[in-house]
Design a protein around this ligand. Structure first.
Ligand SMILES: CC(=O)N[C@H]1[C@@H](OP(=O)(O)OP(=O)(O)OC[C@H]2O[C@@H](n3ccc(=O)[nH]c3=O)[C@H](O)[C@@H]2O)O[C@H](CO)[C@@H](O)[C@@H]1O[C@H](C)C(=O)N[C@@H](C)C(=O)N[C@H](CCC(=O)O)C(=O)O
Ligand SMILES: Nc1ncnc2c1ncn2[C@@H]1O[C@H](COP(=O)(O)OP(=O)(O)OP(=O)(O)O)[C@@H](O)[C@H]1O
Length: 541
């Protein structure tokens, strides 16, 4: 099965502010919603009904409840008039928002201390839906890959599932590019209701640490929650690794899950497993880290670009049980992703024999995941990968490093307005792990791109000055030109790794989304230099 169509099958473009909603929502009285958030409704509110909820005036539909949140940049109440003009039937805000509402608005206004904290509960009440099984994944790296693997495995078991994640939301035959990894609570509940309406059996979703910090999954209880790993990222939001881990661990509280599978290859995984309030199956995939675990990867033998894997239950589990399966995905880390996918589906209650049969007969873990270790060329080996934090970059380099004569040429940059501390670390890792490093732009957002490059380069230069003296460093600012440069210097025996943007079709520079797709650029550069690229699903040949 291949999932690498361009989202929506349409022309790749910037993500749209989309409001995917179920088609039929029974109206709910504002008075009932007011009571649910601890307010005493005034007399008029009972007669007003709502059929949807949005926290963005630009996605308000007639009959919506508009949730006016205090933002980092602006208060949502500034857009209440626009929301009401678009058909909002009522507004929920805080004291500050209420002050900002210009005249007396023509719709009921509910005032609460923290409107974000009521978003999930309100959305849940508005979009009541029939039950669907929920799989939720958290961790620094591997969420997207593992969620595609779970979805493919569920399909092999004859179960249709929707997907909510970094790349896109998939609801039946509809694919919409994502703006956030985990959408806001208002949109998450609408999406799940839409998927239930489409008679999907399950929803697989990525739960970012931002989602847990900002209540985006409030009101959701995952039947199976999964943890991949925790390494440095997002410290701009969390401050410390301890705070980052504590935020992740909220997924494993009784409020958010029923059962869990936790990868315990790193100490943070052990910490998450110990802190969990729900029953946990622990999974160990790195043989070197042998410690107690309910399940462990017994063997992983390279096969093609991927792996043949055996996953075995610890004897203490009572039964001699194992699963054998293949994945075509390269890189040692994909052993962990594949094993987690299998165990999460097993933990959902699928009988072991049925699961093994689906693994044997349909090879469901051999799929393409857009922009994740995607092979664009074989001679030179040319790979696009979404690695955008230190651990992912290290693992991506380890996965593609040539075991033959030939150099590793790594092209990457760092994103603006995110965890600045990781920039020099990634520069140093790249310099130590590659023969040539080309520092370029990623998503500078509103930051000065040249300063970001300098911070990356500072780490790389330090590594060259100390323990990587032979590594060649270059800076080529425009990303397309950096890819061209990498291909221009490559011979057939070399390997090119383009890290960072993966599946994305644009680059955000000062609020403007500029069209750019690493896979397309790399493909075209290979052709220009007389190499033969691989066909890439969703990318024009
Ligand atoms: C840091 C963060 O998460 N910020 C989120 C926050 O933005 P903000 O507080 O700056 O909002 P604002 O621009 O001040 O606007 C205030 C309010 O007015 C509303 N508004 C604004 C403009 C308008 O015309 N109409 C309108 O109604 C906004 O929807 C918002 O509710 O509230 C917004 C609306 O809900 C979010 O879109 C926004 O996410 C931004 C886009 C973002 O980039 N978040 C990233 C960091 C994020 O969440 N990433 C994670 C993890 C990714 C990973 O693992 O790599 C994710 O789950 O995607
Ligand atoms: N299990 C893993 N351990 C470490 N690195 C991984 C793992 N899985 C994937 N990676 C690396 O991380 C990159 C991102 O993978 P993926 O998109 O699956 O993770 P993610 O958690 O969804 O990340 P994000 O939330 O940033 O989208 C991959 O391109 C790869 O380089």
């Amino acid at each position: 099965m291949t999932e690498s169509q361009p989202p929506s099958g349409g022309t790749p473009s910037s993500p749209q502010r989309s409001a995917q909603r179920p088609s039929a929502v029974l109206p709910v009285e504002v008075a009932e919603l007011a009571v649910s958030i601890g307010l005493v409704p005034d007399a008029g509110a009972g007669r007003v009904e709502v059929t949807g909820i949005s926290l963005d005036s630009r996605t308000v539909q007639p009959g919506d409840l508009y949730l006016a949140l205090p933002g980092e940049r602006v208060h949502g109440a500034s857009f209440a008039a626009a929301a009401i003009a678009a058909g909002a039937a009522a507004v929920v805000t805080d004291e500050e928002g209420a002050q900002l509402l210009a005249a007396v608005p023509p719709v009921p206004v509910l005032v609460v201390e923290n409107p974000r904290s009521v978003a999930g509960g309100l959305a849940q009440r508005i979009y009541r839906h029939s039950p669907v099984e929920l799989f939720g994944l958290t961790g620094t790296n591997g969420k997207t890959t593992t969620s595609y693997l779970i979805r493919s495995l569920l399909a092999a078991l004859g179960r249709g599932s929707g997907l909510i994640g970094t790349i896109e939301t998939l609801a039946g035959d509809t694919a919409v590019p994502a703006t956030l990894t985990t959408p806001e609570a208002t949109d998450v509940h609408a999406l799940i209701a839409l998927m239930a309406e489409k008679s999907l059996d399950a929803v697989v979703m990525e739960v970012s640490s931002h989602a847990l910090a900002f209540g985006r999954v409030d009101g959701l209880v995952f039947d199976v929650a999964g943890f991949t790993n925790l390494t440095q990222d997002h410290l701009d939001l969390h401050g410390t690794m301890e705070a980052y881990a504590a935020t992740k661990s909220r997924l494993f509280s009784k409020a958010h899950s029923r059962t869990a599978v936790v990868t315990v290859d790193d100490a943070w995984g052990r910490w998450i497993a110990d802190a969990a309030e729900v029953p946990v199956l622990t999974l160990q995939t790195e043989p070197a880290e042998a410690g107690p675990a309910d399940w462990r990867v017994e063997s992983a033998v390279p096969q093609g670009l991927g792996w043949q894997i055996e996953l075995r239950a610890d004897a203490a589990q009572g039964e001699d049980r194992s699963f054998r399966f293949r994945t075509s995905l390269p890189g040692r880390f994909n052993i962990a992703n594949a094993a987690l996918a299998v165990l999460m589906v097993f933990a959902s209650g699928v009988p072991a024999e049925q699961l093994q049969r689906a693994l044997d007969e349909q090879d469901p873990l051999s799929i393409d995941v857009p922009g994740r270790m995607q092979l664009i060329g074989r001679e030179p080996v040319a790979v696009v990968d979404f690695a955008h934090n230190p651990d992912a970059l290290q693992r991506a380099m380890d996965a593609v490093r040539p075991n033959r004569p030939g150099r590793l040429i790594t092209v990457f940059g760092a994103t603006g307005q995110r965890d600045q501390g990781k920039r020099p670390i990634m520069g140093a890792l790249a310099a130590r792990g590659s023969d040539v490093v080309i520092v370029t732009d990623d998503d500078p957002h509103d930051e000065d791109a040249s300063q970001i490059r300098e911070q990356v380069l500072a780490g790389a230069l330090e590594a060259v000055a100390t323990d990587a003296p032979d590594t060649l460093l270059e800076t080529v600012a425009p990303r397309a030109a950096a890819i061209e440069r990498a291909v221009a210097m490559a011979g057939r025996a070399d390997t090119i790794l383009i890290a960072g943007r993966g599946h994305e079709h644009w680059q955000e520079v000062r609020g403007v989304n500029l069209a750019l797709d690493d896979r397309q650029e790399l493909r075209e550069a290979l052709l220009r230099h007389g190499f033969t690229p691989e066909p890439v699903p969703g990318i024009e040949s």
